[in-house]
Ligand binder design. Structure first.
Ligand SMILES: [Zn+2]
Length: 76
């Protein structure tokens, strides 16, 4: 295999770019997988049955769909 210096340089740059793109894709996929889905909903956790559910962001209290008890907004 006889490569000219410019071919060597091109191969080096191309593989470096490929590695960079693959690393970027890898982290992008990781970020998407671990980031919670963007939602305006609030998370509620029922005081009575510990059922976790979501409701609209503008409500302070929400009724549990599992047992019907009223719950305050659950903050992490
Ligand atoms: Zn409940």
């Amino acid at each position: 295999m006889n490569l000219t210096p410019s071919e060597l340089l091109f191969g080096y740059v191309a593989s470096a770019l490929a590695a960079l793109v693959l690393t970027g894709l890898y982290y992008e996929l990781r970020r998407r997988r671990f980031e919670p889905p963007r939602t305006d909903d609030n998370v509620f956790r029922c005081d009575s049955c510990e059922y976790v559910y979501t409701d609209d962001s503008h409500v302070e209290r929400s009724r549990c769909p599992n047992c019907g008890a009223m719950n305050r907004r659950f903050t992490f």
